[in-house]
Design a protein around this ligand. Sequence first.
Ligand SMILES: [Zn+2]
Length: 417
Amino acid sequence: MDDEVRRAARAVDGARLWRRLMAMAEIGATPAGGVNRQALSIEDRAARRRLVEWAWERGYDAAQDGAANLFVHRPGSEPQLPPVLVGSHLDSQPTGGRFDGAFGVLAAFEVLEALDDAGVATRRAVEAVAWTNEEGSRFSPGAMGSAVFARRMTLGEILPVTDWDGVPLADALRDTLADLPEVPMRDRGLVPAAFLETHIEQGPRLEAEGIPVGVVTGIQGISNIHVEVIGAEAHAGTTPRRLRRDALKTAAAMVLALEDAFADGDDTVRFTVGRFDVTPSSPNTVPGHVRFTIDFRHPDPATIERLTGRIEPICQGLAGACEVRVHRKRDVPPTRFDEGTVDLLRESAKGLGIAHMDMFSGAGHDAMHLSAICPTAMVFTPCKDGISHNEAESAKPEDLAAGTRVLAAAACALAQR
Ligand SMILES: [Zn+2]
């Protein structure tokens, strides 16, 4: 391992990183110890401001783009070279934890500081990035900011999206950008030389193995499907069973049949019906309309195609007197991270004497979009009991520091290329 790379990794200050994480967790803090910092909310704006203030204190410039992605810039000696980007997201689920996303952004900021503290000048600029709306809980789909940056979606596609109060994303985005008037706007600029992201694992494997660093080789694909079942509303007291077209009963049978059809021997398929909307949702009316969502994930694109193709016939077969419509909403194909960058992370961990293992990500991350435009890879760190998207989410300072050291070493090596 190169001496500069080693110095940069050693300069990572785990205590400073932890202090920043705890300070960030005050923004949107919930009584149960988590955070509620949903995308483009007042709390999200406050988090962005805090990051910008820390950047300015340390002498870094900040910039934002049209999707409110926020960049903190540490210059390189050769400004014409594309930068190395490191980052994640600051938004959270409504009952989210302190580490999901924020760790990746603050670890990226720690990388910038470590490079300075180690006195390392890099050829390429290194930028810490906070991508907009990774969580997708307020505005769907998630990972919007990175998708727009990577040109997998356009601004025009996301602006009309509304939250559950009917607030258009366009308005929330405008207000968020206006909240940091001192931070200049910029267009995308150069396609990055590479992107690195660190994140808590959000699963139980690293903790169970006692290993602080997971080198992520890819992210499984996601298919989102909405199923609409249309029956007829009818009086609960007067309508005999043979005349009913009960959309709820029909939809419930579909969910159970789909659960069975998607069950696999090795428990790799992830199949979730997370939302079930019944109309008119009145105790004494036969439900006339149901809409439910399917979130289906798998590492293999062929399996995604094959199983997704079974949804419509299964639902049609159970429709009976109801009508059924299956809407395929949005697929994100499985991601395989760049082999060279994955290898660099392995070598960085090895060179620093940090135990590590390869793993595949079950959750989606901003890195899945960045990998479409530049060499990309991720570092996972353990979280307690694998719990995430939960206020009880917890992680150990020493594990987060280990992951950040690997990140700093890899970022430094990439920025010297
Ligand atoms: Zn996250």
